[in-house]
Design a protein around this ligand. Sequence first.
Ligand SMILES: [Zn+2]
Length: 109
Amino acid sequence: MISEQFVGSQKKVLERTISEIDVQIRRARKIEDLGSSESENTQEFESLAENQALIKSLEKEKKDAQRALELIAAGNYSICKSCKGPIETGRLKAYPMADKCVECASKKK
Ligand SMILES: [Zn+2]
């Protein structure tokens, strides 16, 4: 079993991660707005596409972090969603959004 204290600190990390992601998304969206007003430049178009890919991956990350927070709220944090076994503490420390144990995560779907 993992300690309540550990879950509490993971919760803080996740909340901070979400607010950092929000800042990055806002910044990326601003670039998108600026770029769309004069999109004739190909170079700019490329960076816009990159920017959209960035926003997408940031949103996915945010979703993962929010899901982890929901798991914490429900008391299901650190439980592998595949095998229902415990997720290693070291893995959660390195990746607080982890919802699978190392073994299940390394298996291909
Ligand atoms: Zn597992």
